[in-house]
Structure formats: C-alpha cells, structure tokens
Write a protein that binds this ligand. Sequence first.
Ligand SMILES: C[S@@+](CC[C@H](N)C(=O)[O-])C[C@H]1O[C@@H](n2cnc3c(N)ncnc32)[C@H](O)[C@@H]1O
Length: 256
Amino acid sequence: MRPPRTFRPAPDSPRLAILRSADRTELWTETVGREPPVYGERWTESDGRPYRSFEPARSKVSAAIVKGWQGPLPAPGEGWLYLGAASGTTASHVADLVGPTGRVYAVERSLRPFSRLVTLAERWPNLLPILGDARDPSAYAGLVPPVRGIYADIAQADQVEIVLANAELLLEGAEGRVLLALKTASMGRDATAPQHVRRAEEALGRLLDLEPSTRLDPFHRGHYFLGGVVRPGHFGAPGPTTPRPPRGHSPARRRR
Ligand SMILES: C[S@@+](CC[C@H](N)C(=O)[O-])C[C@H]1O[C@@H](n2cnc3c(N)ncnc32)[C@H](O)[C@@H]1O
C-alpha cells in the first residue's frame, strides 16, 4: 500500500477523487470492496478511507472522465443497472461510487466472465450479479427495482436499442440517467463512426437531455461515451409536455 494522500471528492460523485496535474489525471474510487485487487489496480488510503485507482485504459467511464466528460455519474445511495458487466472491472468501480447504501445490478450473459463476477461479488456486498441477456430485460425485471441509472457497455450492433428497452422497463422517471460506452465498430460498415454516433445521439436524444459525446481514443479505440438525464415529460418525470406513452410503456408495467 502506498503512503496516504488527501483526496478531494468530485462534487457530483463524492466517492470519486480526481487528481489532475500538468501531465496526467488520476482517478480513484473510495471502495466498498475487499482486496485483492480486481484487475491489478492500486489500493491506498486517504483520511483512513480505502481507495482504488480507476484506470482509464481498463474502463470506459474512467477514460471518459479523464477526457473531460461533464455528464452525470453514479452517486452514493443510487441503484444502477449495469449491462455487460463481464468479470466486473468497471462494475466494481460503479459499485464503489454508489457506496454501501447503493446497489449495482450487474447483467452479463457469458458464463465465463459471469463466474468471475460472482466471485467478485463475494467481496463487493452491494453488487448483485445477474446471468441474463440484456435484450430481454423482462427476464430479470423481477430482480431489479426501478433504478436511478443504466450503464451499458455491451459492444453489440443494437446496443442503443438494448439500452432503450431496459430504460423503458427499469429506469426511474425524474432524474433517471443513462450512460453508454458506444462501440462503433460493432454497428456495421454502412456508416462511418461519426455517423453511428450521430444516429445513436438521435435515438437517445428522444429520451435524454444529452451531454456532448466524448471520444475515448486513445484509451479505447473506436469508442464514444454518450449519456444524459431523462427529459422532463418522459417516464412520468414532471414536465409540461408529458407525451402519450408508447404502446406497452405504462408506468404500472415499469414499476412492478
Ligand atoms: C466490452 S465487454 C464489457 C467490459 C466491462 N463493461 C468492463 O468495463 O469491465 C462487453 C460484455 O458485454 C457482454 N454482452 C454482450 N452482449 C450482451 C447481452 N445481450 N446481454 C448481456 N451481456 C452482453 C459480453 O459478454 C461482454 O462480457
């Protein structure tokens, strides 16, 4: 363990510490987990509290923050649905950010990473692994209450549609957030990367007030970070222009 340093919390996500110097930015999350490290990250203490380095080369949300993402982030006490958790590299940090009173519902469909995720969850008490296909959110909806945020990193051609289907069923109304690590290379060759990003922004922009997208090069080539907060008027969020819900999109169905 390295010598203690004093970390200053990020204003919107106080379990995140951002240390900027002239030539680099370091991110750390105050952890709720127990050692050993998950993926070789560094552990330390600040003011008696345990922190883990949050490596931009290993996590798209970390890369987004280093590259200037100003949009919403998971915060203490919140519930987040995580699509494409793999073996938990980033999901463990999201669980750190929501802290001991929050919860991360981590969906992964492949057995091999899922078994490592289950082992990880033994050391992260607020992380619930769910073996499931994010294309079928109704299959795990009984395990997931309405959540404050959805984080998706699934690298599929229909990743935007998958996120929207999960949001329709499981995202809280007012203040709901969506974060998407968009892999344009998975989206077909009929369009350039910027065109794929524009299409994704158009689709997500019907639901969200979007932040400017962040390109994740050089940390994650061909990836972009998109997201925002649910627009007023959607999902029962207060607003003057509440549209008629689309078919099958009743609050009763979403809020079991
Ligand atoms: C890029 S990796 C995720 C890395 C992880 N988010 C991290 O940062 O630690 C994409 C993951 O999404 C999973 N995945 C792809 N399609 C999925 C689906 N339809 N439902 C659930 N998981 C899916 C893959 O099995 C893979 O583990």
